[in-house]
Design a protein around this ligand. Sequence first.
Ligand code: NAD
Length: 475
Amino acid sequence: MENYINGKWVKPHSAQYADVLNPSTGAVIERFACSNPEDVNAALESAKMAFKSWKKTPVAHRAKLQHQAAQLMRKHADELARTIANELGRPLAGCLTEISRSADLFDFYSEEGLRLKGEVPLHNLEGEKALIVREPVGVVVAITPFNYPITLLTMKLGAALMAGCTVVSKPSEDTPLSTLKLAEIFTEAGYPEGVFNVITGYGYDIGNALIEHSITAKIAFTGGTDTGLRIGALAAAHNKRVTLELGGQSPAIVCADANLAVAVPAIVRHAFANSGQFCYRVNRLYVHESIYADFLGQMVALTEKLTVGHPFSGCDMGPMVNQKIYQNSENQVQDALHKGALLKTGGHRMKGELYDKGWFFPPTILADTNHSMQIMTQETFGPVVGVMPFQTNEQAVAWANDSDFGLAAYVFSEQLGTGLRMAESLEAGSVWINNIHRSYHDVPFGGVKQSGIGREKGHYGIEAYTELKTIYLNY
Ligand code: NAD
């Protein structure tokens, strides 16, 4: 497929394309354009031209178009979801949920955009006033990872467009097809040319050109911490605005008085959904020693009910997206076993006719782990969790905070006061107490420490695409 620039499908200057592989079978499903800095320049020029009129477009009109795009996402949900299932390998039901939640997010931002406000301080100075207004930051480069290709883009796009920015999107080389399908929806919705552009290619080929370019005002990035640090450093050197949503290594603490009938299913769901390929998954568990054996028994039993297969087979989990992501899980399991962890279930690449051509790794539980092991300190981004016992709540919180990451954390205790005190002590952007829900659209999401800078979603998410301006009036 070609790049989507200024509302048209444009061949890359390099005339080169790369394969998109089906991670379940290894088969080539499509090809994407390998862009170079000339293509980057064309996409950014298109966004710059469109920005001139888009920033002056009434917010109500932007909201109308965005509601229209949301409706079209619902209309084309099956096609979009199948595209994700093919390029990512996630079971179809989860892909349909991704589309419906992304459409809802577009609707949410449309309405939140209508509520953006400026201020007039009441100085009560004769003949003088100051107006505080918000203006769009300008052209935004949205760089996204493979794991939720549409949700993670709409988090940026829905907010940026409502704020009056125009956007150049750079999807992951593993999953570019769904973003290109979304571009078709933008044409159908009637957006002016150049408001939304998509340019595909490898991050290391075009990343610098996208970030350094004089037209780029802001980089909205979701992806790995190493990539984010590189992007952040380059952006800082050119004084570009950034929002960075990076990696996680999220802990769950299960206290002695936890309700295991709630905790076990919540943790199993949140450790293994999308084959563990999501940023705020439960990666490590601290379980009170008095319930450790019981908890592990229940968790292993529930985990062994999960089915692994191809995305259209009605299974619970698909393959990992590529060899590199797969290998990380295998390496972390080997590292933990080498250092004395116990393998309770899973742990080995899945074999057989159904699995041999894909990157299938089963849901895996490692017990009796400690912080010398990678599974407790490094991001896994795969279906493996480490579990270790604790004696006191203070010790559990200290271990939970003994991490470079700070995206999310989870606490299970029937004493709400205990849960709340722990939540206040945990170093994380979001903490869930006593269950794990999806993150809501109207509350901020993001990380502390090495998990990111800034917040997406809620009104905070839109304000992040605006600059404040003060206008002094004398009359
Ligand atoms: P990645 O960092 O490898 O790639 C993400 C994107 O960055 C891709 O589009 C890639 O092409 C691009 N990229 C790579 N090098 C670049 C460079 N030098 N300059 C500019 N762009 C570059 O991440 P991934 O493997 O696709 O995704 C997995 C990671 O994403 C995990 O670490 C996960 O935790 C993180 N993630 C974070 C969140 C969050 O909200 N915090 C959400 C989802 C995923």
